[in-house]
Ligand binder design. Structure first.
Ligand code: HEC
Length: 299
């Protein structure tokens, strides 16, 4: 299965290289990233130093999660909700702001402040008037729109999907999100883009209907209603001094969404390793007792 995936990824990487060579090269977003395979058959990009959370012993880098949350909060949250998350989740073990001295995530001062900076609609208990109150750690992330029609009206008819489990909802997970955010190339000559739509080399879809060139060389990717959200270096200021380039912001927010989609990953991996260790010791003991039981038996 892996081999097949590699073969598919290799083929589509070739196709991509042929179809948008000039576009991909003169665009800085491709720099510092390498092509990787994914389960979807698309050839996706991954950050130059890979994903820290992949592999049997991979884990999330807490600084990266904090940067990613900042990118989400300052850029993406204007359009995308994460309705499965509450502020206190950010302070749970493995989360961006977990501190061992605050066993109860509701006591974590950083997360308390982050929540309190956000105003939520409420009702004044005395007068019954609608009022705005500061969010508490137990509150869920606010939705950016009052309702779905409002969301569509403000996005040219398209609905910005909830990002809570986005890394699980798309083939390639974090690599897909990273590729999408850094995949807004200039549409090649001969590709017409409808108003309100944007060309992205990694969006699922088909460019054939809007491609006037040689059908064998139609550009990869598709169109979506989201304009490139990360457009300039330094758009988000990182508190840990990491250079805030577009690929860095994209990698950080993709990591943060990967964590949100699977917040128990680290616990699960540790448990898996412990179980395997236990089974190995057990197998050894069983082997020894087997030797002992059959010691004096002719066979
Ligand atoms: C101005 C509003 C806006 C902002 C800001 C924004 N998005 Fe979007 N996003 C959208 C809309 C609208 C869609 C749906 C596009 C469509 O279906 O054509 C979308 C779709 C997506 C998708 C799904 C693409 C797919 O495969 O269907 C992902 C992932 C995504 N956005 C991630 C992000 C991230 C991460 C950020 C922050 C860095 C961000 N968005 C910022 C409006 C926005």
């Amino acid at each position: 299965m892996r081999l097949v995936n590699f073969a598919i990824a290799g083929l589509s990487a070739l196709a991509l290289a042929q179809a948008v060579p000039a576009v991909a090269q003169d665009h800085g977003a491709a720099a510092g990233a390498k092509e990787a395979h994914s389960s979807g058959g698309h050839s996706l990009k991954t950050p130059a130093d890979g994903w820290s959370f992949e592999g049997y012993f991979g884990s999330f880098d807490q600084n990266q999660l904090q940067r990613g949350y900042k990118v989400y909060r300052e850029v993406c949250s204007t359009c995308h909700g994460m309705k499965l998350l509450s502020f206190r989740n950010l302070a749970q073990p493995g989360g961006p702001f977990f501190e061992p001295q605050y066993a109860n995530p509701n006591d974590n001062p950083i997360v308390k402040t982050l929540a309190a900076e956000i105003q939520l609609p409420s009702i004044d208990p005395e007068t019954g008037d609608p009022v705005q109150v500061a969010a508490k750690t137990s509150d869920g992330f606010p939705s950016p729109y009052a309702n779905e029609p409002a969301a569509r009206a403000l996005n040219g008819g398209a609905l910005p999907p909830d990002l809570s489990v986005m890394a699980k909802a798309r083939h390639g997970g974090a690599s897909y999100i990273y590729s999408l955010l850094t995949g807004y190339y200039e549409p090649p000559e001969g590709l017409s883009v409808s108003p309100g739509q944007h060309y992205n080399a990694y969006m699922a879809g088909d460019t054939a209907a809007q491609w006037s060139g040689d059908p064998r060389h139609k550009p990869p990717g598709g169109f979506l209603a989201m304009a490139a959200p990360l457009i300039r270096d330094g758009q988000v200021t990182f508190d840990d001094g990491t250079a805030s380039t577009i690929p860095q912001m994209a990698a950080d927010v993709a990591t943060y969404i990967a964590w949100a989609s699977d917040p128990k990953m680290e616990t699960r991996k540790k448990m898996g390793a412990a179980v395997l260790g236990y089974l190995a010791i057990l197998a050894f003991l069983v082997y020894l007792s087997y030797r002992r039981i059959w010691r004096n038996v002719e066979h």
